[in-house]
Design a protein around this ligand. Sequence first.
Ligand code: PLP
Length: 394
Amino acid sequence: MNTGRRLVYLDHAATTPVAPEVEAAMRPYWREVFGNAASLHHFGREAAAALDEAHAVLGCAIGARAGEVIFTGCGSEADNLALRGVALAMRRTGKREPGHIITTPIEHQAVAATAQQLKDLFGFDLTFLPVDGYGRVDPDDVRRAIRPDTVLVSVMLANNEVGTLQPVREIGALCRERGIPFHSDAVQAPAYLLLDVNALNVDSLALSSHKFYGPKGVGVLYLREGTPYIPPITGGGHERGRRPGTVNVAGAVGSAAAMKYVSHQREAQSARLAALRDRLIAGVLDRVPDARLTGHPTDRLPHLASFVFKDVDGESLLMALDVEGFAVSTGSACTSGNPEPSPVLLAMGIPPAWALGSLRVSLGYDTRPEDIDALLDVLPRCVERVRRYGLSDG
Ligand code: PLP
């Protein structure tokens, strides 16, 4: 058990705490301004005004118009709406049958499982692009994969397990030349990268406010005006008919406040965290035998360091570090007693004996240099113990 020392949270890629400014901005929208933004009376209009403002703030932050921003229930929902909504609409034009979707083997499940369902239940063809040893897609492979019936390309902006950034702008440009809608899952990016939907050449983009110091359960879908789209959720006319359901106004306000919060410090924090991340990477590779960095050495999220350790069980390592007071994550999962390596790492060509021992350390705006030094002090011991005994000895 932890012995009363400070717990160090190094899992910001899983979620971030709500910033105090964000909490304060949301507070009036639970009890004071509680109206349904679709109602015509005073209470509704008050809520609608706050919602309009949230659309405008989010749009402005990513170079989009307010009307192109759709609030959803989470980042996963934003990905679902984009993939299903656009693929089905594109096929309905009748010119692209049976319908072909291009994606990568390193997407988050929100994209991967949706693409798979579009194949299994809706009869779309699915192509997974190859990735290199860093988890990067080559735009030439996208060019080669495109077919006359391609209805959608989906490539994530920044990978959640290894932090590698994708050449989204180039892929978007070649999709645009061919009139193929391009979606990107940018859920991991907003706290660290300035996003501009025009520079990125995307037609849709998924965000999730709990990854950038906003509330959980609020996602954002950017959908470029004119992109073919059938709303996968049917119901009322909320969010201009693209996402029916009474809008979570407090969540939308919180999401906008969070976007403002990160916009003010993104540049400085990214530079500060990249230096800490590099110190962590150098320290781990120096002190832990049989350790490798995963993902691209430089073209990666500034706050994310990820490793594999040979002959280590990732979940046991996570638990050993938890006992020492460090919250981190692993890509390997234990299902029915069998450790399974992360499919993302396997797609990058990492052998299973290494991929089983994966560790993701994701820093945040409150991470201090002492936190990294403290982790570097305990990690070699934890790896050694898990290697020797399998499970943490507490
Ligand atoms: N996409 C990526 C890359 C993610 O990292 C996550 C969450 O971890 C999601 C999508 C899903 O976001 P949410 O938890 O808001 O559904």
